[in-house]
Design a protein around this ligand. Structure first.
Ligand code: ZN
Length: 389
């Protein structure tokens, strides 16, 4: 239905009974109004008289007291609207009326170009018997190239991506390469190949999102270790960033989807000293030269021996504060020497090669780095939060 017909019906007649409908309807009217104006502006007028006529026509069509579209709208939509819709209709109508000022003749005349102007003054009698012809010279309005362009606001990288790239950069400079793998993973790669036995609690339905009995949403990035060993063999130096999924209820420190990055180095004669040296170097690069690292024994099925890495508190420098719970240390990642069985599962001979691996949560690193206390903020797409980075 054309706008002209719509403004001659009541809201009830148009089947509009709620605020959202009213707003949509007014948006439609506004669009029609702006489009008609834009069409006239781009078409232009042949001469002054034509311009005057066209501007008046458009003005009257919309703003004439009698039968102008806005008058009809006033009569049929605003005055006849049911009481509960009146505030919404009134609001929209007032806004539209303000916008319609652009349809006043003076405002239109400013914008509607006169394409052709009489060249010379044809009425001046020169005594010349030859009738003067009015030549219609097309005068194009030149584009003003000095006007500023339409600037679109630029976005920025997500804080998690920023931290991920910083970590990647450090390891790329050490000669590692980035490897990735599927987020929908088989139970074999996610658990079995990594030496995680059937009885391990992490295989429980409560911790893992199963697609079917043989397929999961990967709970860590470690399956890519096996895939890469199969693909490239040894020696191997890779980091594996990516999304992981666990059956966690969202709260300030948990999210069912989160980001991990892990590193894997396999070569002949790789020892725990290489692991310590590399991670100490990494921590200093990321958090500053003053950072110290601490390794404590831990357990993971896929590494032997396993360790937990802590860094000296980046907030208090090790003095003890709220964040480090007065200990001076913050645990940041797990690590260890790759279990011989895991190497074997990846097709690498543990008699010839050894390796180390580590894994950390990128979101947690980003929280630490930017002092953010709620992981949910990363995933809510709130621009007010995101544009701080
Ligand atoms: Zn502290």
């Amino acid at each position: 239905m054309a706008i002209d017909d719509k403004v001659r019906k009541t809201l009830a007649g148009l089947g509009v009974a709620e605020t959202a409908g009213v707003e949509a309807l007014f948006a439609e009217v506004r669009a029609a109004m702006q489009q008609e104006r834009a069409a006239l502006v781009s078409r232009g007028a042949a001469d002054r008289a034509d311009q005057e006529r066209l501007c008046k026509e458009l003005r009257d069509r919309w703003l004439a007291r009698k039968n102008g579209l806005l008058s009809c709208l006033d009569e049929n939509w605003l005055k006849a609207s049911p009481r509960e819709l009146k505030p919404a209709v009134g609001r929209s109508f007032n806004a539209l009326r303000q916008d319609s000022a652009a349809l006043e003749i003076a405002a239109l005349a400013k914008d509607v170009p006169v394409r052709a102007e009489a060249a010379g003054d044809g009425n001046t009698s020169t005594g010349n018997p030859v009738p003067t012809t009015v030549s219609h010279v097309t005068r194009e309005v030149p584009t003003d190239l000095t006007l500023p362009g339409n600037r679109r606001p630029l976005g920025s990288l997500h804080p998690v991506t920023q931290v991920q790239r910083e970590i990647e950069e450090i390891f790329l400079n050490l000669g590692f390469r980035i490897e990735s793998g599927p987020e929908i993973e088989s139970v074999y790669y996610n658990f079995d190949a990594l030496n995680i036995p059937e009885s391990h609690p992490s295989r429980d339905d409560w911790d893992t999102l199963y697609i079917d009995s043989k397929t999961v949403l990967r709970t860590h990035t470690s399956p890519v270790q096996i895939r890469a060993m199969e693909k490239y063999g040894a020696p191997l130096y890779i980091i594996i960033p990516g999304k992981c999924y666990r059956r966690d209820n969202p709260d300030a420190s948990h999210s069912p989807m989160f980001h991990q990055i892990e590193g894997l180095a396999i070569d002949s004669d790789i020892t725990f000293a290489d692991l310590k040296g590399t991670l100490d170097f990494f921590a200093k690069k990321l958090f500053g030269e003053k950072i110290r690292t601490r390794f404590q024994p831990s357990f993971f099925p896929f590494t032997e021996p396993s360790g937990e890495v802590a860094i000296s508190c980046i907030f208090c420098g090790g003095e003890g504060c709220r964040v480090c719970k007065e200990s001076g240390w913050i645990e940041v990642m797990g690590c260890g020497m790759v279990h011989p069985q895991v190497l074997r599962n990846g097709g690498i001979d543990p008699e010839k090669y050894t390796g180390w691996a580590f894994g950390l949560g990128i979101d947690r690193f980003a929280m630490m780095k930017y002092d953010i206390n709620d992981i949910q903020l990363f995933f809510q797409s709130d621009v007010r939060f995101l544009k701080q980075f």
